[in-house]
Ligand binder design. Sequence first.
Ligand code: 3HC
Length: 312
Amino acid sequence: RSFTTSVSHAKEIKNITVFGAGLMGAGIAQVLAHKGKYNVTLSDVTDKALSNGQTIISKSLSRIARKSMADSGAEEQEAFVKSIVDSIKVTTDPVEAVEQTDLVIEAIIENVAIKKDLFGFLDTKAPDHAIFASNTSSLSITDVAEATKRKDRFGGFHAFNPVPQMKLVEVIRTNDTSDETFDSLYEVAKRMGKTPVACVDSPGFIVNRLLVPYMFEAIRLVERGEASIQDVDTAMKLGAGYPMGPFELADLVGLDTLSHIAKGWRETRVKTGEISAEAVKESSLLEERVKEGRLGKKSGAKGGFYEYPAGK
Ligand code: 3HC
């Protein structure tokens, strides 16, 4: 089976709109502007969300500047950060955001109805030629594309956390995705300096299909009292060469996100037999932490499986 085309049918993309200024959306916008040199517009529903996105981008670029411009002064580093942040247009008006767009990448809340609402609306506002892509990690691209009349110009573009650092983008095609759309998304990923991989529209695609059941199995192992959280993480880092253990990874992904993905799969993919019930069985350890608001790294001192005192 051939997943990619031998001759690229990619079309030229200049203007890209990212919806959702959270960790993923901000990261994607940053790399599109910095590495891809695209004209980027970042859109979200409130000014607060947009300024939060700009803060995420500034912090990440400052980190990059400290390393890659170590010989330059602080002023030069700041000027570099500012030039990229300023180059990303921000707007809360979705119509303005897509007026001249060639590609929309959506990274909003992981809820199929809300994503469909957004794409259904954008379908009537964006230029006809524009490609739509979702950064969903666990929903069906086919279901989301259903809200539009451009199913041939619709695909998945799944980046990984932290986006500036992780080298992979999964490019997802549905039965309706055209070669032109698929190849264009593939080229955008390459121009961002990422390595794209192709996958058909299937639960969790490649990475999450493997990582989510793996993290759940690690949690169950601890629930059964077989080993400690720290020792499971040490074991997977030193015994399997993973950069992070499953609990550190769960804290990075967010325990709420992990719980949400598993719940969604239990309600859909387990019923269709695509995912086994055992793989994503509800975990009391995980649910307790989510209820307590211990969502992982993003919860700072409260933490998730670990605590993250300020600045760490
Ligand atoms: N922005 C810019 N640079 C960043 C960054 C960010 N947000 N985060 C990390 N970096 C850079 C650091 O500056 C450093 O750069 P250098 O190599 O030039 O020195 C490099 O990344 C390594 O960072 P650190 O030294 O701080 O720490 P580590 O060596 O432990 O690496 C890590 C951190 C890259 C996060 C690494 O631990 C890792 O690869 N972990 C696994 C992450 C993973 O599996 N992510 C996928 C999660 S699943 C997902 O996202 C799917 C979703 O849909 C649920």
